[in-house]
Design a protein around this ligand. Structure first.
Ligand code: SF4
Length: 1023
């Protein structure tokens, strides 16, 4: 039950319990305060009469909130800025929870209210929220709401055609037996014993978005990469397990290197292949727009010294006239430039802008490059040969005149030369006094899913040239992010045929080929060989990414019949995989091969009956009157794996996904929005916080770490029962999970022992020692030695403010206060004598202070970026899968998220309002194309190509140019765009080219007038 349509909400009572968390949705990572109190109680409007209390002194944004700020009687001035946030109906839910008097998840069930309110204390959102985050509250499960009805609550196992509820013991035993035997029978000998490469893992790798954070990740990693030791894993949005932004990592800065503080201070803001109004809303509205309209001028004056403050410009590069363009133009029409290149030609456009800057504003560029050169005196690595290679090979400075170069760029990109020159001027022309502009650039999926490695590198090179990597306030160049981040875990093993796991960057390629990089000629040789072997002779000829050899592309391999177990954790690849129908067809067919073998007898009996006159519906749902034991079931599964080429499918999730259709085992998980504590960070300034637990999971759902720990325990027991307790595989699982099993035992004796905190301390805070003991490499994002003092209870003190990573110092003071110091911009200490450090102090009275200090750079050099390397990005024409489609299919199918529809839409049906607004997947079509195709708003078309087809509702819109459409990426009830994306991946980075596909349209009908009447097909307007 939510409070929608009731006309009023309850205010937290003064005795409400308070928890803090971060939004479950996007990359921005807005902070939320959560209140839980007995149902029926209600707080008053005046401070002290309710439970909403803020204590924050933030000198960075000049904000102070005190307990008496929260006066809700001032109804006309309710404002998140002043500590009286608007509490909407969608933020409060009535549900049930245990009393937790003796510890979490203990005691009597009681009716409670839960309010999840945007946190005015958080420096990211300052109480603001988006349309997604504003509905966090009603996503909490309740016995009376849709979320509660939809959740997976009990383990299930497939008996014939049907998934039926079983006990956890049954499910764990079945899974453990199959996984253990698959390692034993088909494992490959490795340095740490048999490696279970036949177990394929589809697992999340990040925080937010229902995907957990470091605690969940580290246990998934312990299970798959240390216990099973499989190299065959994939991440939710790409068909392999590896980085999403390797180019910016190879260049040096990494994908998250600056802060919202920089965004607020920039002279020029560039969003390239990103639509932040829709996908990173509060970052855009609260920080980017504030800067654009001049609301941060005073902050600029404080940080610029004598340098002039000029009007901010915003440049948006996107083939569609997005909501971001409209919103920015509404704020500052004359200072917003929108470039809409032909899809896939961003490399050409970035290089063309760079070429103009290099020629027209040479003294500015030379000054910027000199900053990088000067830093080499302090150990910074600036690669002069790579820079020259970029100028010669990508910008062709000695090969083509500017006119020739720009004529070609104009032809390929469709962007008029004057627009290219205008953008170059905005970025490159100095400010009065000769100061280079403070340039801040953010890219996201329009680049990442579009010839990833080269597209990102083209932007990195442009950022090097424009000084976005200068590391002074107001500069930066990074990704936007899809979710928050929170990766921790042991490193994955390489596939059995190579010794090392890596992506095929030019630098790794040089090592492989023995190319020594000493002279400029060595670089030229590397450039030629790499482009030829990886691209022209490689992918463009074969359509097979050569990098698969070092980091397997698991979709290709599953479809080719490899793998025997597929364990899917927190994702729905029947919607998310490139060419999703192809993956679905392969997994489904292989899964059912196994099911038919395991239940062969029942199928045989039913088929025999089917020869009777009347059709026997039991052929679709065979009766299984006597369940096999888990041991008998596992035995049949293993026989089937031996004989049929089938696949045993395990799905671990919170809602029934499309993949559940083909699962043999379904494991219900606790949700990371309030049912299990975890830690994760925002993408735009690496702000690290706890997302706490305030509810019990529904039914018998369990935290992901619990599921992995219990299956690992059962695997070890099975080895011990065979007298093989010291088998290297058993030892691996035991060594990895013993600290968790110990903590679980302590928790059973005393529920106040928090297992998650023990996991945090052992595997995250002390990852260096723990993984050294386990004998493997590891990663905890932005780990520093200061982590060793951190735990969940300290993070709780920092509430929604959290700490900025990398954490340089954490001081626990005798007066009980805790002080955290983190680096604001990771380029800054390497290139400048001083750097900005964010200091957050949590006082014993609950007050949090936040400020930025300037610190001597020597103190942070070890934690900052140590190198900067260019690399020439060439556009080679469209990748082969894409080029194929261009012959026969008329329309580009641009695709992406749509604001309130989150990810696969896994949780959107929980909101009645939302699902009424977007009951179907839609496709935007230009008026010209609609006329040609004879389409009206509300018509239903099938979007199709050789890879698949999907129905969608027509929305005629000027947001797309003629020749292009926009199809929503996924919808709660539809595969969306991935029905028509191709299998194309970038051959170095293996990230898919989702953004580059084409299709045709065929009208198949129209919505009924009464349905059309409740929808709107108007374009989005801002004023
Ligand atoms: S902008 Fe992102 S993080 Fe912030 S409230 Fe919206 S969805 Fe949540």
């Amino acid at each position: 039950m939510s409070f929608r349509y009731m006309g009023k909400v309850v205010i937290p009572s003064p005795r409400a319990e308070r928890y803090t968390t971060v939004c479950q949705f996007c990359n921005v990572g807005c902070g939320y305060d959560v209140y839980v109190w007995p149902a029926g109680e209600e707080g008053g409007l005046k401070p002290g009469d309710h439970g909403v209390v803020y204590r924050i002194r933030d000198t960075v944004y000049e904000r102070e909130l005190k307990p008496d700020s929260t006066d809700f009687t001032r109804i006309t001035v309710l404002s998140h800025k002043t500590g009286t946030p608007w509490i909407s109906e969608a933020m409060v839910v009535r549900t049930i929870r245990r009393d937790w008097l003796k510890g979490r998840n203990t005691g009597e069930w009681k009716e409670v209210y839960v309010a999840q309110i945007p946190s005015p204390e958080c420096p990211i959102n300052m109480g603001n929220h988006s349309i997604r985050g504003g509905t966090n509250g009603e996503r909490n499960w309740s016995p009376w709401n849709v979320a509660g009805a939809r959740r997976l609550k009990f383990p299930m196992v497939r008996f014939g055609g049907r998934l039926e509820v079983v006990t956890w013991d049954y499910a764990i035993d079945l899974v453990a037996r199959v996984v253990k035997e698959v390692i034993d029978r088909w494992g490959v000998d490795g340095p740490m014993g048999k490696e279970g490469h036949a177990v394929f893992a589809h697992r999340m790798d990040h925080g937010g978005g229902g995907g957990g954070g470091m605690i969940e990740n580290v246990t998934a990693g312990l299970f798959f990469f240390y216990g099973v030791r499989t190299a065959f894993a994939r991440i939710h949005n790409r068909p392999f397990f590896g980085p999403e932004n390797p180019a910016i990592g190879d260049a040096g800065p990494g994908a998250m290197n600056n802060s919202l503080h920089d965004l607020r201070l920039a002279d020029v803001i560039v969003f390239w292949g990103a639509n932040p109004y829709v996908t990173g809303t509060v970052m855009f509205t609260e920080h980017a727009l504030s800067n654009l309209i001049g609301a941060t001028v005073d902050e600029k004056r404080r940080w610029f010294g004598g340098e002039p403050v000029v009007d901010t410009y915003m440049i948006i590069v996107d083939p569609r006239k997005t909501e971001t363009v409209e919103a920015a133009r509404a704020a500052a029409r004359d200072r917003v430039i929108h470039l809409a290149p032909e899809p896939g030609t961003d490399i050409v456009l970035a290089n063309a802008i760079a070429r103009v800057i290099y020629e027209r504003y040479r003294s500015v560029v030379d000054g910027i490059i000199q900053v990088y050169r000067n830093a080499t005196q302090k150990g910074f690595e600036w690669d002069e040969n790579a820079w020259r290679l970029y100028l010669e090979e990508a910008l062709e400075i000695n090969r083509k005149t500017l006119d020739q170069y720009l004529a070609e760029a104009e032809r390929v990109t469709g962007i008029p030369r004057r627009d290219i020159e205008r953008v170059a001027e905005i970025l490159g022309a100095p400010k009065p006094g000769g100061y280079p502009k403070r340039v801040w650039l953010m890219y996201e999926k329009g680049i990442i899913w579009n010839q990833n490695y080269r597209s990102i590198y083209a932007l990195v090179d442009l950022c090097i040239m424009t000084g976005a990597f200068r590391g002074i306030p107001g500069t930066g160049c990074q990704r936007q992010g899809g979710h928050q981040e929170g990766y921790a875990g042991p490193e994955p093993p390489p596939p059995p045929w190579v010794k090392e796991r890596f992506h095929l960057s030019p630098w790794n390629f040089a090592k492989l080929k023995g190319v020594e990089l000493k002279t400029y000629q060595d670089y030229v040789r590397l450039f030629k060989e790499w482009y030829s072997e990886v691209y022209t002779d490689g992918y463009y000829n074969t359509k097979w990414p050569i990098a698969d050899r070092y980091m397997p592309t698991t979709d290709f391999r599953l479809e080719g019949g490899e793998g025997r177990v597929l364990w899917v954790h927190d994702m729905d690849n029947y919607k998310l995989a490139p060419a999703a129908h192809r993956l679905k067809a392969a997994v489904s067919e292989r899964s059912w091969r196994l099911t038919r073998y395991v239940f062969a007898q029942q199928f045989a009996e039913t088929v025999a009956r089917d020869s009777s006159e009347k059709y026997d519906t039991r052929v679709l749902d065979i009766p299984v009157t006597t369940r096999p034991t888990s041991e008998e079931y596992a035995k049949l599964v293993l026989e089937a794996l031996e004989k049929t080429g089938g696949l045993f499918v395990i799905v671990q999730d919170i809602y029934p996904t499309f993949m559940v259709e083909d699962a043999h085992v379904v494991l219900p998980a606790a949700f990371n929005n309030g049912e299990v504590p975890d830690v994760r960070m925002s993408v735009h300034e690496r702000r690290f916080r706890i997302s706490d637990a305030w509810l019990d999971p529904p039914g018998e759902a369990k935290p992901d770490w619990w599921i992995y720990a219990m299956v690992a325990k059962r695997i070890v027991e099975l080895y011990e029962a065979e007298g093989r307790g010291e088998d290297p595989v058993a030892r691996r699982f035991r060594n990895a999970f013993q600290p968790i099993w110990d903590a679980m035992e302590r928790n059973a004796r005393d529920p106040r022992v928090e297992v998650e905190n023990e996991i945090f301390k052992v595997y995250i805070a002390n990852a260096d020692e723990t993984f050294a003991r386990l004998g493997v490499g590891w990663e905890v994002q932005y780990w520093t030695p200061a982590f060793k003092k951190l735990d969940l209870n300290i993070l709780r003190k920092f509430r929604t403010v959290g700490v900025v990573l990398p954490l340089r110092e954490l001081n626990i003071n005798p007066d009980g206060s805790v002080e955290a110091r983190g680096i604001v911009n990771l380029m800054e200490p390497s290139l400048n004598p001083q750097y900005r450090e964010e200091v957050v102090i949590a006082r014993p009275d609950g007050t949090i202070e936040r400020r930025i200090e300037l610190i001597d750079s020597e103190k942070a050099r070890g934690y900052s970026v140590s190198k900067l390397k260019s690399w020439p990005s060439l556009w080679l024409g469209y990748p082969p899968y894409v080029a194929e489609l261009m012959k026969d299919y008329r329309y580009w199918v641009l695709n992406g998220r749509y604001n309130e529809i989150w990810q696969t839409g896994y949780m959107d049906p929980n909101s009645e309002v939302l699902i009424r607004r977007w009951p179907y997947a839609f496709i935007q079509i230009s008026p010209e194309d609609a006329q040609r195709e004879g389409l009206q708003n509300g018509d239903i078309v099938v979007v199709y190509n050789i890879h698949g087809s999907v129905p969608a509702i027509v929305w005629i819109s000027r947001m797309v140019k003629p020749g292009a459409t926009f199809l929503i990426m996924a919808h709660p009830y539809s595969t969306g765009a991935n029905a028509v994306t191709t299998p194309s991946v970038e051959p170095v980075a293996q990230n898919p080219d989702y953004k580059l596909t084409r299709a045709n349209l065929r009208k198949i009908g129209s919505l009924k007038p009464e349905v059309k009447a409740i929808l709107t097909f108007k374009d989005i307007k801002f004023s």
